[in-house]
Design a protein around this ligand. Structure first.
Ligand code: CP3
Length: 348
C-alpha cells in the first residue's frame, strides 16, 4: 500500500514507513553522534561539557532539537549515549583526549559482574524520561521522537575491554573461555536495556533504535550466541509496545535473520547495496540507510548524485524505506552537504 505523502507531517511519514506503508518519499533523519558537526552544538558543549548536557533534561532537549531546527529532519533522536547504561550500573565512562571511550575500570571477574547494579536503572536514568517528555511537548506530534540503547554485545565490548577497542580480544576471551560468566554479564545487561526501553516508551518515544554497532566483529558462526540471541529477547519483551529499528553494522549478509528477529526496521551500513539487499529479502521489512557518512565531507553535487542512486535503488520497495546514513555523521561533515542531502531526499 502507498500512502499519499502530501498530507502527512514528518512524524506520520516516519511512522508510515516504519509500519511498511511507504509514503510518496522516504522520511529522513541522520544517525548518531549528530552533534559535533554543528557550531551551535560545539558552543554549548564548550560551556557545559558532554555529560552535563546528557544529564540535564533542558540541555539534552536543546541539543536534540538543534538539527531539527536547522534541517527539519522527520525524526529526532534523543541526545544521550549508549554508555549511560554501564554508568547507571556503576561503571562510569569518559572520552579519551586522543579519541574513543575509556571506562573507569574494566569488567574482568565474577565479582565485577556481581557488583553491577541493575536495580537502580530507573532512579539513575530518570533524566532520560524527563528529557523525552520535554521533547514530546516541544515536537508536538510534528516530528517523530526516537529513543535508543546499545545492544548487549555492543555494550559488553566497552565494559569488558574497558573502552573502545580494535580487536575485541578481552570480550572474545570471555565469550570463548568462560561462557557461563559471559552469559551472567549478558543477562544483567539485557535486563537493564529492557528496563531502560520501558522507561523510554512510557515517556513517549514513538520508536526506539537498538545499536548493534560492533556485532560485525563476532565470528560468523557465533553471532547468534554472542549477540543476536540477546537482541531477540529484547525484541520479544518490548517489540509489541513500540517499533524497534535494529541497526547492525557489517551484518547485511544476515539480512533475513535480522529481519525475522522481530524489529520493525533493519538499518544497514553503507557497505550494503540496497538494490541487491531488497532482492535478497524473503519478507520485505522496512529498510533504513545507508549513505556513506564520508560523502558528507565531499561536495553537494556528489552528495546529490549518491543520494539519488539510493533513492532509485529503493523506488517502489514495498517494505518501506527510511533514508539515513550508514553510520554516525562525522565531526568533519559540511553543513552544505547535509543541506544537499535534505533537498535531494525531499525532491527539491
Ligand atoms: O545523534 C545524536 O547525537 C544522538 C545521540 C547519540 C550519541 N551517541 C551522542 C554522542 C547516539 C544515538 C549515540 C550512540 C552511540 N554512542 C553508539 C552507537 C552508534 C554508533 O556510533 O555505532 C556508540 C557505539 C556510542 C559510544 C560513543 N559515544 C562513541 C564511540 C563516541 C565517539 C568517541 C570519539 O572520540 O569519537 C561517543 C561520543 C558521542 N556520543 C558524541 C555524541 C554527540 C560526540 C561527543 C563530542 O565529541 O562532542
Amino acid at each position: 500500500m502507498t500512502t499519499t505523502g502530501s498530507t502527512l507531517n514528518s512524524r506520520q511519514r516516519f511512522l508510515a514507513a516504519l509500519a511498511g506503508e511507504p509514503p510518496d518519499r522516504p522520511p529522513l533523519w541522520i544517525m548518531r553522534q549528530a552533534g559535533r558537526y554543528l557550531p551551535e552544538y560545539r558552543e554549548l558543549k564548550q560551556q557545559h561539557g558532554f555529560l552535563k548536557m546528557v544529564k540535564t533534561p533542558e540541555l539534552a532537549t536543546e541539543v536534540t532539537l538543534q538539527p531539527i531546527r536547522r534541517f527539519g529532519f522527520d525524526a529526532a533522536i534523543l541526545f544521550s549515549d549508549i554508555l549511560v547504561i554501564p554508568e547507571a550500573m556503576g561503571q562510569p565512562y569518559r572520552f579519551r583526549d586522543q579519541g574513543g571511550i575509556a571506562m573507569e575500570f574494566a569488567i574482568r571477574s565474577d565479582n565485577d559482574i556481581e557488583n553491577l547494579d541493575t536495580g537502580s536503572i530507573r532512579e539513575r536514568l530518570a533524566y532520560v524520561p524527563a528529557a523525552l517528555q520535554l521533547l514530546r511537548r516541544e515536537l508536538d506530534g510534528r516530528t517523530a521522537l526516537l529513543g535508543f540503547a546499545g545492544s548487549p554485545w555492543t555494550l559488553a565490548t566497552y565494559m569488558v575491554e574497558g573502552g573502545s577497542s580494535t580487536h575485541y580480544e578481552k570480550i572474545k576471551e570471555l565469550f570463548y573461555g568462560d561462557r557461563p560468566l559471559f552469559e551472567k554479564l549478558m543477562e544483567k545487561i539485557t535486563a537493564a536495556v529492557i528496563e531502560y526501553y520501558r522507561m523510554q516508551v512510557e515517556a513517549g518515544a514513538d520508536a526506539v533504535q537498538l545499536f548493534d554497532s560492533w556485532g560485525g566483529a563476532c565470528a560468523g558462526g557465533d553471532y547468534e550466541e554472542a549477540s543476536l540471541k540477546w537482541i531477540r529477547r529484547i525484541l520479544r519483551e518490548i517489540g509489541g509496545s513500540v517499533p524497534v529499528i535494529l541497526y547492525a553494522k557489517g551484518l547485511h549478509h544476515r539480512i533475513n535473520e535480522l529481519a525475522d528477529a522481530g524489529a520493525a526496521a533493519v538499518s544497514v551500513d553503507w557497505s550494503a547495496d540496497l538494490g541487491l539487499l531488497r532482492r535478497a529479502l524473503a519478507n520485505p521489512v522496512t529498510l533504513q540507510g545507508n549513505l556513506d557518512p564520508a560523502l558528507l565531507n565531499t561536495r553537494p553535487d556528489i552528495v546529490r548524485r549518491q543520494a539519488e542512486a539510493i533513492l532509485d535503488a529503493m523506488k517502489g520497495y514495498p517494505g518501506g524505506h527510511i533514508f539515513n546514513l550508514g553510520h554516525g555523521i562525522m565531526p568533519t561533515a559540511k553543513i552544505e552537504n547535509v543541506e544537499a542531502l535534505v533537498d535531494t531526499v525531499r525532491g527539491s
